[in-house]
Design a protein. Structure first.
Length: 162
C-alpha cells in the first residue's frame, strides 16, 4: 500500500503488514546525498564569510579575496562552461547582467568592505536577509515581473525584521 500526497516514488513510503512505513535503501541514499549537499553548502557559505573576515583583517585586501574567490570558481567551472556555454541564449543579456551584478564581483567587494567595520556574524545575517529583499525590489525593474500585494507585504516585513 502506498501512502502520501506526492505521486513521486522518491517521496512515497511503502507499508508493511504492521502498517509501519518502510524506507527503502534508495530513499536513505537520497537522503544522505541531500543532507551532505546541504551541510556542504552551509559550510561553504559560513566558511566564506569567516575567511573573508580573516582576510580583510590581515594583509589581503577585498579585491585580493574577490580575485581568489572567482579564480578558483573559474577553474572549477571552466569545463562545464566549455561543455554547455555561457547560457546567454537562455538568460539573455539582461539576465546575464543581472547575474553578474547580483552574484558577481560586486558582492564580495561590498561585503569585504563591510567586514572591515563589522563582524562576520553581522554580515551573515544581513547578507542572507537582504538578498530576498533586493530580488523583490529588482525583479520588477530588471525582469518586468509583476509585484503583487503579497510580495510587497513580504518585502516590507522582511525589511522591518532586519
Amino acid at each position: 500500500m502506498i501512502h502520501g500526497p506526492c505521486p513521486s516514488d522518491a517521496y512515497q513510503a511503502v507499508s508493511n503488514s504492521t502498517n509501519q512505513p518502510v524506507v527503502s535503501h534508495s530513499d536513505t541514499g537520497q537522503f544522505i546525498i541531500g543532507a551532505t549537499c546541504a551541510i556542504s553548502a552551509v559550510a561553504v557559505w559560513a566558511g566564506w564569510l569567516v575567511m573573508m573576515q580573516l582576510g580583510v583583517t590581515t594583509r589581503l585586501s577585498t579585491t585580493d579575496l574577490a580575485a581568489l574567490r572567482f579564480t578558483v570558481a573559474g577553474f572549477v567551472l571552466f569545463p562545464i562552461v566549455l561543455r554547455r556555454g555561457f547560457a546567454i541564449n537562455r538568460l539573455g543579456w539582461t539576465g546575464l547582467a543581472a547575474v553578474v551584478i547580483g552574484a558577481g564581483v560586486p558582492v564580495p567587494l561590498v561585503i569585504g568592505i563591510g567586514l572591515v567595520f563589522a563582524p562576520a556574524a553581522h554580515a551573515g545575517a544581513l547578507y542572507q536577509g537582504l538578498v530576498p529583499f533586493a530580488v523583490a525590489c529588482l525583479a520588477p525593474i530588471v525582469l518586468n515581473e509583476p509585484l503583487p500585494s503579497i510580495r510587497k507585504v513580504g518585502s516590507c516585513s522582511s525589511w522591518v525584521v532586519l
